[in-house]
Ligand binder design. Structure first.
Ligand code: AHR
Length: 517
């Protein structure tokens, strides 16, 4: 799909330093490592790879994970979590059992488990978000796992960890109470009342052991689940006082059925659908608080999100032969996907007051920004770039954007502004990052950004300006052409005092970083 440029149109964005949305929690730049397909095996871990370290982790992947700027990683699933026995993945590797993974119809070798994963996180400076199995197991297993991981020593389970060579307790500040427990595909699916009570009691027990941990209850596994809303309301009625977060999951799709609306405009409208998902979930959580007359406010953990529709054939993806590390969910991302991911990042940042954790799903090979070949190269998919740029420059306080932009009609979401934008002010060093998506596919946008109260006496100067754009929205990065799509310098940026002017190419996502002169 190739687009030509027309003569352009105008749009404006205004922020003021006294009108913040909230402080951006750096945990919104999280990702997800599940024992699924080749995310772990031949993804992060491949002991025979030329770049592997002593623990068997690929050095080329570690370098890309650092460059991506991920802050937090959710582990070990996903659907995998609901059938996982953590004991299988600890202790001497030769004695670890091979198991059938019923979530993904694969064989799990257990050569990577809790301690290896935590070592990898520590080396890369990543904060772990662990999940407990509330599918085949329950609250007692959650207690045992937490004690194994996080109790200093002197008990059977903590001494078991020490006997596995991990003397100091792991620091795991955030835990998921199961995964997608509303989903018919989930191992051990529950009704909202069953799950709500289980989440409440599991949370109580885990807090008795580690009072400082934060806990996320499962919200619905998608906004379009038939039980959405009722699920959140019932679950939170039980566990509101015991948990800190409710989770959201969302995968952006293009309908593949003949005759369906596959337009880019509708694809990009999922930014607004997900904004409504967040705002509706906040409303439900706050209604539960209101019924309890509670001052406590629940935060949101958007702990699975990404584009995922090509490498998707139902949730079960049954396959023959119980393969080890099969090629599953290996979505090849396009420029169009990268622009949607960029717009979604703006939208997430603009909900900084309530979204405190978010995980791009996933990290390597499985619906991922990083791809690898076994024994071969690792490369960046198109969606790597908006994430890396947002994670690098999205630091500080998100300011409330007032947007004036021409619109386009969308059957589901109404009239949508071509401009999607977010402004983050780093109040420590005074820098400002303006993130802007031009959703118009053929016209450049003349954008005026008023940055009120942020320029001081001498005004602002641009220190970095990059664009993500390609005339071919279907272009992708591949092993053969790994750098086809990458950031380029954004030209034609000017600043006068606190007014930034910039021309954004059609179908482009842009970052402009400024500092006071
Ligand atoms: O990320 C892939 C899968 O999508 C996860 O295992 C599950 O939680 C979701 O349905």
């Amino acid at each position: 799909m190739t687009r030509e440029s027309g003569s352009g149109f105008g749009a404006s964005l205004t922020v003021h330093r006294d009108f913040p949305i909230g402080v951006l929690d750096r945990r919104v730049f999280g990702a997800f490592v599940e024992h699924l397909g080749r995310c772990v095996y031949t993804g992060i871990y491949e002991p025979t790879h030329p770049s592997a370290d002593e623990q068997g982790f690929r050095g080329d992947v570690k370098a890309l994970v650092k460059e991506l700027g991920v802050t937090l990683v959710r582990y070990p699933g996903g659907n995998f979590m609901s059938g996982y026995d953590w004991e299988d993945g600890v202790g001497p590797r030769p004695q670890r059992p091979r198991r059938l993974d019923l979530a993904w119809f694969s064989t799990e070798t257990n050569q990577v488990g809790t301690n290896e994963f935590m070592g990898w996180c520590e080396e890369l400076g990543l904060s772990p978000m662990f999940g407990v199995n509330l599918g085949t197991r329950g609250m007692d297993d959650a207690r045992r796992y937490l004690e194994y991981c996080c109790h200093p020593g002197g008990t059977a389970l903590s001494d078991l960890r020490r006997s596995h060579g991990v003397e100091a307790p792991h620091h795991i500040p955030l835990w998921c109470l199961g995964n997608e427990m509303d989903g018919p595909w989930q191992i051990g699916r529950k009704t909202p009342d069953e799950y709500g009570r289980l989440a409440q009691e599991t949370a109580k027990l885990m807090r008795m052991l580690q009072p400082g941990i934060e806990l996320a209850a499962c919200g619905s596994s998608a906004f379009d689940m038939p039980t959405y809303g009722v699920w959140e309301d019932r679950v939170l009625e039980h566990c509101y006082d015991e948990v800190d977060f409710v989770s959201l999951h969302s995968y952006f799709v293009k309908p593949l059925l003949p005759g369906a609306d596959t337009s880019t405009g509708s694809f990009f409208a999922q930014i607004e659908t997900n904004a409504r998902y967040i705002e509706a979930t906040v409303a439900i959580a706050d209604a539960v608080a209101a019924r309890r007359r509670s001052r406590k406010r629940l935060m949101l953990s958007f702990d699975e999100w990404n584009v995922w529709y090509r490498a998707r054939h139902g949730h079960h993806m049954r396959q023959d032969g119980w393969p080890e590390a099969p090629r599953l969910l290996e979505e090849v991302y396009t420029v169009e996907d990268a622009l949607l991911v960029g717009g979604m990042l703006c939208m997430l940042m603009n909900h900084a007051d309530r979204v405190k954790v978010a995980c791009l799903a996933q990290l390597v090979n499985v619906i991922a920004p990083i791809m690898t070949e076994p024994g071969g190269p690792a490369w960046r998919q198109t969606i790597f770039w908006p994430f890396a740029l947002a994670a690098r420059f999205g630091r500080g306080t998100v300011l409330r954007p007032a947007i004036a932009s021409p619109t386009y009609p969308n059957a589901k979401e109404g009239d949508l502004p071509f401009l999607v934008a977010s402004v983050v002010w780093n109040d420590e060093d005074g820098t400002l990052a303006v993130f802007a998506l031009n959703r118009h596919l053929s016209e450049p946008m003349d954008l005026a950004v008023a940055l009120r109260g942020l320029g001081g006496e001498s005004g602002l100067a641009v220190i970095e300006a990059v664009e993500l754009h390609d005339a071919d929205l279907d272009a992708a990065n591949t092993a053969a052409l790994p750098d086809r799509f990458q950031p380029r310098t954004l030209r034609g940026v000017s600043v006068d005092g606190e007014l930034l002017r910039v021309a954004l190419k059609p179908a482009s996502w842009n970052v402009i970083v400024l500092q006071p002169r």
